[in-house]
Write a protein that binds this ligand. Structure first.
Ligand SMILES: Nc1ncnc2c1ncn2[C@@H]1O[C@H](COP(=O)(O)OP(=O)(O)OP(=O)(O)O)[C@@H](O)[C@H]1O
Length: 943
C-alpha cells in the first residue's frame, strides 16, 4: 500500500531528472534558497524533499524522486541572482497524484501531495538475464570507446558489479547505470522514472541499454564507413594514375604503329570520347611521348643519348608530383630540344643545297645590296667570307668516303628508349639476337649495302660527318652602322636561322654556360638557348657587344667562356654546365660585334677577323634614309610613300641638325617621329573629311579653299622645328669660336664615333707649372708635357721670349698653364692630341689664334716630328659632321684618307698632311701669321 504525504517539492528545470541513487547540484534564487534553509533548520533529521521534472514551462511530470538535502550553501559572491547552491541525493520514486493544479514553474519549492509506491518484490529471472546481458554489453562497449583511463576503469568496475550483484538488487543497479549514462534522452529518462515495479524498471532499462548499444554501434559503423570511403578515394586516385600511365603507353603504341586503338579509354581523338577535362592528362601524356620520341631519334651511343636514357629511367622511378620529377623533366625537355648535330633529323640541311647552287655568291651579293646601302669594302669582305664557307662545306662533302653512307635511324614501330619497360622487349632465343643486331646498326657507318636484301636508301652525310669551321668575323664600329643587320643579311644569304646574343653587361659566366643542375631554378646558358630557338645545329649566332662583356670576377670569367665558344679547336665539345653533355658548336657561324677594340681581350681578338665599319657620310646617310629608313618607318606606321614625302633639304636638315652620330639609328628615330606626326595628321584629316584613299586627296589649294582641315604630303625643312622641336646641334656650332689658347682636336669616342674636341688652355699667375685636367690618362698627360717642352724649347724662335735661356712660363711674369679638355667625366687617353696641344700652347703664349674651322690630330715627338695616329676615317667623318673644313693630319696617314674617306667628303674638306711641328703651325695659324727667328735647319740640328 502506498503512503501519501504532503511534501515540499522542488521543480527541476528541463532537462534535469533526478533518479534514485543519483546526486545533483543546482542553484536556487534567494527566496527558494532561504525557504529551503528554513526547512533544513526546522527539521530534526536530515531533510527529505520531493523533486519533480518540469516537462514544460508550466507542467510537471507525475513521477519524481524523494531526495535528501545533502547541503545548502550560500556562496560568497552575491552578484548573480541564483545565490544558493543545493546538493540533493535521490532516494526513491514518488508519485504525484495531482499535477493538474498548475501552472508550475521550474526552480520553485512548492507543496505537493506525494505517494510512495509500495515496496516491490525481487524481479523475475526473465527480466534479470536480459538486463545483465544488455548492461554488460553496453558497459563493455563504453569501456572500449572511453578515451580516459579513469572512465574506462569505472565502466569495467560497474560491469563486474552487474555480474556479482544479487537479483533483488538488480533494479537498484539499473537506476545507477541509467543515471550514469549521459547520452540517454530526456523522454527516456522520464519514462524510466515512471517505472515503479522492479520488472518494469529492468525491462525499460534493458530497452534503453540495447538502444544505447545499437546507437554506439551504428555511430562506429558510420565512422568506419567514412574511413573506408576515404581510403577508397585514395585507391581510386592510384588506379586513375595507373590508368593514365596505361593510356600513355597505348597512345605511344598507337602513334608508332599508326593504328587507332579501338575502345581504349582515353584513346581520345580516335574513339571520339575525349573531353576537355582530359586535356591536362592528355597533353601531359603527349609531352612525355614527345620527349621519348626525341630520345629515340638521338644518335645511338652518343653522349647525349646515354644521358637522356639515364635521366629517363630516373624519371620513371620518381612519383610524378614530386619536385625532383619536375627538375628531371625540365632537364630532359632541354636536352632533347637541342638540335644535336649527330642526330639523323639534321642530316639534310637546306643550306647545303643553297651552298651548292652555282648562283650562291651572286645571290648573296644581291641580298647584301638589298639590305644595305654602300659598305662596299665590307660587302666584298663578306662575299669572300661566304665563298670560303661554301668551299669548305663542299670540300667536306667531297671528302666523305663514297663507299659509306649513313643509314638514318627510323625508330621501329614499337621502339622505345633503353629506359623503357624491358618486358616489352622480351623476344625469344636466336630471334632476339637477330633483333638486337638490327637495333645496333642504327646510325652507324655500314658497308654500302650492294647485295643486301632490303637496301636502305643512301643518304647525304649528317652534320656529324662535316667539319666546316668558318672564320669568326668581328664587326667593329660605332652604334647604328649596321653591324647587327649585316649579320642578319649573312644568315639570309646562307638560308640559316639567325640568333642574337647580347653580351653587354654579362658579368656571370653562368649566363653563357648555364647553371649547374644543383641550383634551384637552374637552366642552360645563352648559347644553348640560342641553339634551341634556332632549331638547327648550324645557325648564324651574333654575339653582340663583345667589348662590353664583364671581366673575370667571383661569378667566374664570362670572357673565358666566350673564348671556348669561339675557339674552333675547342667548340666541338662545348660544355654547358646545365646540359652537362659536350655540345658540338663547330657548325655554328659566329659573328661578333663591338663598338671599339680597346676593351676586347687579346685572346678573343686573336680568334676573330676584324671588319671595320666607321660610320657614314651625310651623302651616304641621305641614300640610306631615302632607300631604307623612310620606307621602313612608313611601313611600320601604316603609311605609304604616297602619304608622306620628305624633301631632300629636310632630310639633310634632320641629319645635320637633329643627329650627330656615325651611324643612322638616331636618324631613323627622327624620321620615325616625323612619319608618326604625319600619321596623326592624316588620321585627323581623314576623320574630318571622310577621305580614306590618299589618291583622292585634293591639291592643297583646293583644301585650303574649303576652309576645313588640310593635309600636306610634303614635309619641308622649315616645318621640322614644329615636328621635332628645336634642333639639338645649332647651339654648339655657334659656340665653336676662334680664341687665344683654344684649338680643336679630333677624337674617337669609346663607341667608335669620331668628333671634334676643344683643347682649352689658359695662363694663371703661378710658378711655371703645367696643370692638366679633364679625366686624362697617363699617355695624354705625357704628350701634354711633351708639347710644352717643345714650345719652351722654341719660345725664343717664336718670339715668345727675348733670350734663348728664358723660360716662357717665368718671364716676363711667372705663370702656370692650365690645360683642360671638356666633358670632364669622359676618360681620355692616347697620344693623338699632341699637335693640337702644342698649337694651343703656342696660341696662348704668342696670342695668335687658330681659326674655328680647323681641326687636327697627330702625335708629336720631342724633336717636333709628327707621328701617325689611328681612327682617321672616324675622325675625318666626325670633323665633316661638325662642319670643319680644314683638317691637319700626320703625313703618314695620307693613305688612310685616300682609302677610307669617301670622295664626297674629301671634296668638301681641305687636308693638310704634315711631317713636322713647324708645318703644323703654318697650317694651323696660316702662312706668315707666326714669326720665326733665324733658320729652321740650324734649329733642328741643334736639337
Ligand atoms: N648601310 C645601311 N643600309 C641600310 N640600312 C642601314 C645601313 N646601316 C644601318 N642601317 C640600319 O640602321 C639601323 C641600325 O643598325 P644596326 O642595329 O645593325 O646597328 P648596329 O651597328 O648593330 O648598332 P649597335 O652597335 O648599337 O648594336 C638598322 O635599322 C639598319 O637596318
Amino acid at each position: 500500500m502506498s503512503r501519501s504525504t504532503l511534501l515540499p517539492v522542488l521543480t527541476l528545470p528541463n532537462p534535469l531528472v533526478l533518479l534514485p541513487t543519483a546526486r545533483i547540484q543546482l542553484s536556487l534564487d534567494e527566496a527558494v534558497g532561504t525557504r529551503l534553509i528554513e526547512l533544513v533548520q526546522r527539521s530534526e533529521v536530515q531533510l527529505v524533499i520531493g523533486t519533480v521534472p518540469c516537462t514544460s514551462p508550466t507542467t510537471i511530470h507525475q513521477w519524481g524522486t524523494a531526495a535528501r538535502v545533502v547541503r545548502v550553501v550560500r556562496p560568497i559572491s552575491r552578484s548573480s541572482q541564483r545565490v544558493y547552491h543545493v546538493t540533493l541525493h535521490g532516494l526513491s520514486r514518488i508519485h504525484y497524484p495531482d499535477t493538474s493544479s498548475g501552472p508550475f514553474a521550474p526552480n520553485e519549492l512548492i507543496e505537493l501531495q506525494a505517494e510512495y509506491p509500495p515496496a516491490d518484490g525481487p524481479p523475475s529471472p526473465e527480466s534479470i538475464a536480459p538486463f545483465r546481458a544488455a548492461a554488460s554489453k553496453l558497459l563493455d562497449s563504453l569501456a572500449q570507446d572511453a578515451t580516459q583511463q579513469s572512465r574506462r576503469d569505472v565502466y569495467v568496475k560497474i560491469s563486474h558489479m552487474i555480474e556479482e550483484v544479487s537479483d533483488d538488487r538488480a533494479p537498484w543497479m539499473a537506476d545507477i547505470i541509467v543515471a550514469g549514462i549521459n547520452k540517454i534522452e530526456y523522454a527516456d529518462k522520464l519514462e524510466y522514472l515512471s517505472a515503479a515495479g522492479s520488472d518494469d524498471r529492468l525491462r525499460r532499462a534493458t530497452e534503453l541499454f540495447v538502444k544505447q548499444a545499437s546507437i554506439t554501434e551504428v555511430t562506429k559503423k558510420i565512422a568506419q564507413s567514412i574511413d573506408e570511403s576515404l581510403s577508397k578515394q585514395q585507391k581510386e586516385f592510384f588506379l586513375r594514375q595507373q590508368l593514365a600511365a596505361i593510356q600513355r603507353e597505348l597512345n605511344n603504341l598507337n602513334r608508332s604503329s599508326g593504328a587507332p586503338i579501338v575502345g581504349a579509354p582515353g584513346s581520345a581523338p580516335s574513339s571520339g570520347s575525349s573531353s576537355e577535362l582530359d586535356d591536362n592528362e592528355q597533353s601531359e601524356a603527349d609531352d612525355m611521348a614527345e620527349i621519348r620520341a626525341k630520345i629515340e631519334a638521338m644518335a645511338k651511343d652518343s653522349e647525349e643519348r646515354k644521358m637522356a636514357v639515364r635521366e629517363w629511367k630516373r624519371l620513371q622511378r620518381i612519383p610524378s608530383g614530386s619536385v625532383e620529377h619536375g627538375v628531371i623533366r625540365n632537364y630532359l625537355e632541354w636536352l632533347t630540344s637541342i638540335p644535336w648535330p649527330s642526330s639523323a633529323a639534321y642530316a639534310n640541311a637546306a643550306s647545303t643545297d643553297k651552298l651548292k647552287d652555282r648562283a650562291f655568291l651572286a645571290n648573296a651579293r644581291k641580298q647584301l645590296d638589298e639590305d644595305h646601302y654602300g659598305l662596299e669594302k665590307i660587302k666584298k669582305r663578306l662575299i669572300e667570307y661566304l665563298a670560303v664557307v661554301r668551299l669548305k662545306q663542299l670540300q667536306a662533302e667531297r671528302e666523305a668516303p663514297a663507299d659509306t653512307a649513313l643509314v638514318p635511324f627510323t625508330p621501329p614501330a614499337n621502339a622505345e628508349p633503353e629506359g623503357g619497360n624491358k618486358s616489352h622487349r622480351r623476344v625469344e632465343g636466336a630471334d632476339a639476337e637477330a633483333k638486337d643486331e638490327v637495333k645496333d646498326r642504327r646510325l652507324v657507318k655500314v658497308p654500302h649495302p650492294a647485295n643486301q636484301p632490303t637496301p636502305a636508301p643512301k643518304q647525304k652525310r649528317g652534320f656529324a660527318a662535316k667539319a666546316v669551321k668558318g672564320p669568326i668575323l668581328l664587326f667593329v664600329g660605332p652604334p647604328g652602322t649596321g653591324k647587327t643587320s649585316l649579320g642578319q643579311s649573312i644568315a639570309r644569304a646562307l638560308d640559316r636561322p639567325f640568333q642574337r646574343i647580347s653580351l653587354g653587361g654579362v658579368r656571370d659566366e653562368a649566363e653563357i654556360r648555364g647553371h649547374r643542375r644543383t641550383y634551384v631554378a637552374s637552366g642552360p646558358g645563352s648559347i644553348v638557348q640560342a641553339l634551341r630557338k634556332a632549331g638547327r645545329p648550324d645557325p648564324v649566332i651574333l654575339l653582340d657587344e663583345v667589348d662590353k662583356i664583364g671581366q673575370s670576377n667571383f661569378h667566374g670569367d664570362p670572357a673565358a667562356a666566350l673564348l671556348e665558344v669561339l675557339d674552333p679547336e675547342q667548340n666541338h665539345s662545348f660544355n654547358d654546365h646545365y646540359i652537362n653533355v659536350p655540345i658540338d658548336l663547330s657548325q655554328v657561324l659566329f659573328i661578333c660585334t663591338s663598338n671599339s677594340l680597346e676593351t676586347i681581350s687579346a685572346p678573343l681578338l686573336d680568334r676573330c677577323e676584324i671588319v671595320q665599319l666607321s660610320g657614314y657620310t651625310y651623302d651616304e646617310k641621305m641614300h640610306i634614309a631615302n632607300k631604307f629608313l623612310l620606307p621602313k618607318q612608313l611601313k611600320a606606321n601604316g603609311l605609304t610613300p604616297e602619304h608622306v614625302t620628305l624633301t631632300q633639304p629636310a632630310l639633310m636638315h634632320i641629319a645635320t641638325h637633329y643627329t650627330r652620330e656615325a651611324g643612322v639609328r638616331s636618324l631613323e628615330r627622327a624620321i620615325g617621329a616625323v612619319v608618326r606626326y604625319k600619321a596623326v595628321e592624316w588620321a585627323e584629316y581623314s576623320d574630318a573629311t571622310g577621305i580614306t584613299d590618299v589618291a583622292s586627296l585634293p591639291p592643297l589649294e583646293v583644301q585650303e579653299k574649303s576652309k576645313g582641315k588640310t593635309y600636306k604630303k610634303l614635309v619641308e625643312e622649315h616645318e621640322l622645328e614644329k615636328i621635332l622641336g628645336i634642333a639639338r646641334w645649332d647651339e654648339e656650332e655657334l659656340h665653336r669660336e676662334e680664341r687665344r689658347g683654344l684649338v680643336y682636336g679630333l677624337v674617337v669616342t669609346g663607341m667608335g664615333e669620331g668628333g671634334i674636341l676643344p683643347i682649352e688652355t689658359t695662363a694663371v699667375p703661378g710658378t711655371g707649372q703645367l696643370k692638366l685636367t679633364g679625366s686624362l690618362g697617363e699617355v695624354i698627360k705625357e704628350s701634354g708635357e711633351l708639347a710644352l717642352s717643345w714650345v719652351k724649347s722654341h719660345a725664343y724662335d717664336l718670339y715668345i721670349t727675348k733670350l734663348r735661356s728664358q723660360d716662357p712660363l717665368k718671364f716676363p711674369e711667372p705663370i702656370d698653364i692650365h690645360l683642360h679638355l671638356p666633358s670632364g667625366a669622359v676618360k681620355k687617353d692616347g697620344p693623338s692630341a699632341g699637335i693640337a696641344m702644342t698649337c694651343a700652347f703656342v696660341s696662348l703664349l704668342t696670342g695668335a689664334c687658330v681659326p674655328a674651322n680647323v681641326a687636327m690630330t697627330g702625335e708629336v715627338t720631342l724633336r717636333g716630328r709628327v707621328g701617325p695616329v689611328g681612327g682617321i676615317k672616324e675622325k675625318v667623318l666626325g670633323a665633316h659632321r661638325a662642319q670643319v673644313t680644314k683638317v691637319i693630319l700626320p703625313w703618314a696617314n695620307r693613305k688612310d684618307v685616300e682609302h677610307d674617306v669617301p670622295l664626297a667628303v674629301r671634296a668638301e674638306m681641305q687636308f693638310v698632311f704634315v711631317r713636322t711641328m713647324e708645318e703644323v703651325l703654318e697650317a694651323a695659324f696660316g702662312k706668315g701669321v707666326l714669326n720665326w727667328r733665324g733658320n729652321m735647319v740650324v734649329m733642328e740640328s741643334r736639337l
